[in-house]
Design a protein around this ligand. Structure first.
Ligand SMILES: Nc1ncnc2c1ncn2[C@@H]1O[C@H](COP(=O)(O)OP(=O)(O)OP(=O)(O)O)[C@@H](O)[C@H]1O
Ligand SMILES: [Zn+2]
Ligand SMILES: [Zn+2]
Length: 742
């Protein structure tokens, strides 16, 4: 039998946490020692026994085989959630480039000495028919808040107090009389934690349709045969993905296993949360960014103690300390928010794959617009692909999509932001008292220049991304640094109508008021949602029919179900098309598809009008025909040609410093150092060039890109750069280097 060695980190309070030590695995332990094991090892000169975490197993030790020591024993019950997470941290460090401390902070919630807040829940004491009566009465008397409360109880017999107050905007003035009348009770956490005292949920179960059932059956078959893999559910908007998730979860928790459900923060609305509560009761916990570190810690404690089986939350829920993990689900798998913006810059999808494999769990990804990464893997057979092609709700159909050419509108003298088809349809809806959503897909920063006559945006000839306007004078490429002066007329058609593009939601609100003076308008953007609960307040008001038109950024397109919305207008689809990075078309397709998914979700048929200066762009045409495979084909041609992900792996190396000179010399030194290595490995290098925002808070930033098909080669080069920079403090003392793989 070949020898096996374990890579071990000595307990994590030790300062040498950034390196591993190799130990031989004695034959008697060969079955038991695995990644994530907590073991006892002789350490140091005196060979004192220390605890260590196994983070890897290898047939080749990095140490003289004759001198290598042996693992002495295994700590009983050693594969705990904690030791697994520590191994996962090591993987994060190696994979994404960070210190072990940064990685540990990511996976282990910081213990804080905060007195845990008392958790309370509201419980409905009414029988279903009484509840229905109460709901009708609240409606008749126009008690809006009370109506909302009872409506929520229709879905779940209990509601966490925090959700009632912060997400449903119920005040104690509303709750107190209802409690005093004995219709509901307010209970403390002890009760909340005890599942036995809870009434069985009276949420209705839907009967799955054929397509949904096929997925559930296939998953069940695999699961019972102990086959664990990754599934991608490509389901159109409203196709009932959430219902499928709940069936899968049910199956897995019945085996005594635990489940992590990732949902982007923005889609983690109380409707979504209540659907899960309604079905699984108090075995569910939820974390979100509004929780304090202490509260988050508490929720993770409940998970560790086995008080819950299901954790729902954004990216960070991935590190829930479940030791019996059976399934990870990632909804809206394509969402940008799954990528961490702080070191280690991990992607939740990749970490989920790793964690699932460590704990023999399955992974399910779902989206109406899968990321190119996931879809590529599905086509290669690495993931199992399932389709949901139709809306699940009876009598609900996909919306009709119209494309309005803004160039033509301008030519024919229409200088407003509303194309004639959109205006016409809006008037129609307002007359019929149906609701409208106007959507502006502005992504914070999009300082590109385009032509209002022909629609062309000015692009870099080398990188095929839009150039960014600097000081109103020059146009710069943030991949390669290519710079041209700001032209006076359109390079394609000569029109003088060129300008940087970007209208705020506030401006749009004013223009909408002017055009439709009698319409009631709500606006949802960063400004209007800043205060706690602002988000839910606006959505609730809109769903209760307090406005005819909701104007907003991408916030409004996420997973909301408004049955009375029959028209969605996308005001300028080009805004996301021409962001200065290679994902512009993908993001546009996603946003348009999601926006279209908001219209006509009930029986009333829906229309979508997409206004654009580039009606022939494939991201627009394929979104209009709701043809994801066609979009994928065309976008992949571009990615392959330009060697962008997922055709290649892109390593972004960011240098930052307060000292501009130090920054320039360090980034150039790395570029010079890398060039021969890159040539040898056929790695393409680009830059260093200035970051899209060169200076933030007095810190300058430069970027160097490396592209190659093989991740491991780029990791090797990154490690060499790390070695190089460590040996040159003269160059790198004032400069921080960070890595980002995509
Ligand atoms: N089999 C079914 N029969 C009847 N209604 C269903 C069925 N499955 C789902 N629905 C209903 O259809 C609507 C959409 O379902 P769900 O929210 O699960 O879809 P989704 O794919 O997650 O939607 P999206 O991603 O667009 O938000 C919900 O109101 C849900 O209750
Ligand atoms: Zn032009
Ligand atoms: Zn360029």
């Amino acid at each position: 039998m070949t020898e096996q060695y374990a890579r071990i980190i000595i307990d994590i309070s030790h300062e040498k946490v950034d390196r591993t030590f190799d130990y031989r695995i004695p034959e008697r332990l060969s079955e038991e020692v695995s990644v994530g094991s907590l073991v006892l090892i002789p350490f140091g000169k005196g060979n004192a026994m220390r605890k260590g975490y196994v983070v890897g197993i290898t047939p080749h030790a990095d140490y003289d085989k004759d001198k290598i020591k042996e693992i002495a024993g295994i700590v009983t019950d050693s594969v705990t959630a904690e030791s697994l997470l520590i191994s996962l941290a090591w993987w994060l460090k190696e994979q994404y480039g960070s210190t072990m401390n940064q990685a540990l902070k990511t996976v282990l919630p910081v213990k804080q000495k905060i007195k845990p807040k008392e958790k309370k829940i509201l419980r409905c004491l009414l029988k279903p028919e009484e509840l229905k009566k109460a709901l009708e009465e609240a409606e008749r008397k126009n008690y809006k808040a009370r109506f909302r409360l009872f409506q929520a109880f229709m879905e779940s017999p209990m509601i966490p107090y925090e959700i009632a107050v912060n997400q449903m905007n119920l005040s104690s003035a509303t709750l107190k009389p209802v409690i005093e009348k004995g219709l509901i009770t307010l209970e403390s956490e002890e009760v909340y934690r005890n599942p036995i005292t809870l009434k069985k949920s009276h949420a209705q179960h839907v009967l799955l349709n054929q397509e949904q059932q096929t997925i559930v059956d296939a998953f069940q078959r695999d699961y019972s045969e102990n086959i664990r893999k990754t599934y991608l559910i490509h389901g159109v908007t409203g196709s009932g993905k959430t219902e499928v998730y709940m069936e899968l979860i049910d199956r897995v928790i019945q085996e005594g296993k635990q489940v992590i459900v990732l949902i982007p923060e923005i889609a983690l609305t109380y409707q979504t949360v209540m659907r899960f509560y309604g079905r699984f009761g108090s075995r569910v916990s939820i974390i979100n960014s509004r929780l304090s570190a202490g509260e988050r810690y508490d929720q993770f404690e409940r998970a560790r103690n086995g008080d819950i089986d299901i954790m729902i939350g954004p990216r960070s829920a991935l590190f829930t300390p479940f030791s019996r993990l059976g399934l990870i689900l990632i909804d809206e798998e394509h969402e940008g928010a799954y990528k961490s913006e702080v070191v280690p810059r991990y992607h939740a999808r990749e970490v989920a794959e790793k964690r699932a494999s460590m704990q023999n769990a399955s992974l399910v990804l779902g989206s109406a617009t899968p990321s190119l990464e996931a879809y590529t893997k599905a086509l290669r057979g690495e993931y199992s692909l399932f389709l949901l092609t139709e809306r699940a709700k009876k009598d609900s159909r996909m919306a009709n999509v119209w494309v309005a050419d803004l160039r033509q509108e301008l030519k024919e003298g229409n200088k407003t932001i509303f194309s004639r088809p959109l205006k016409e349809k809006m008037e129609e809806r307002l007359a019929k008292k149906e609701q409208i959503m106007l959507f502006i897909n502005r992504r914070g920063y999009a300082n590109f220049v385009s032509c209002r006559s022909c629609g062309d945006a000015i692009r870099c000839p080398h990188c095929d991304v839009t150039l960014t306007l600097h000081n109103n004078r020059s146009l710069v490429c943030h991949y390669c640094g290519h710079t041209i002066p700001m032209p006076n007329e359109c390079p394609s058609c000569g029109s003088p109508y060129i300008a940087n593009f970007g209208v705020g939601t506030q401006k749009i609100e004013q223009m909408t008021k002017k055009m439709f003076p009698s319409a009631r308008i709500l606006r949802m953007d960063l400004d209007t949602t800043k205060k706690k609960g602002g988000h839910e307040e606006i959505l609730t008001a809109f769903s209760e029919g307090e406005a005819d038109i909701l104007i907003g950024t991408q916030m409004i397109v996420k997973g909301h179900d408004f049955p009375n919305v029959t028209l969605v207008g996308v005001l300028a689809a080009d805004l996301s098309l021409y962001t200065p990075d290679y994902r512009g078309a993908e993001r546009t397709f996603q946003l348009l598809t999601q926006a279209a998914g908001r219209a006509g979700r009930d029986e009333k048929p829906g229309d979508v009008v997409i206004q654009t200066y580039s009606p022939e762009h494939y991201a627009i045409t394929t979104a209009a025909s709701q043809d994801y495979p066609a979009f994928y084909e065309q976008e992949m041609v571009f990615r392959r040609m330009m060697k962008y992900p997922p055709a290649n792996v892109l390593l972004t190396i960011q240098f930052s410093s307060k000292n501009e000179e130090a920054l320039i010399s360090a980034s150039e030194a790395v570029a010079a150092y890398v060039t021969p290595l890159a040539e040898k490995e056929m790695v393409q290098t680009i830059g260093p060039s200035e970051a899209s925002v060169y200076k933030i808070n007095d810190i300058y930033r430069k970027i160097l890109y490396l592209k190659h098909v093989n991740y491991d080669i780029l990791i090797k080069i990154r490690d060499q750069i790390d070695g190089f920079s460590e040996n040159r403090p003269d160059l790198f003392d004032l400069v921080l280097i960070q890595y980002d793989f995509s």
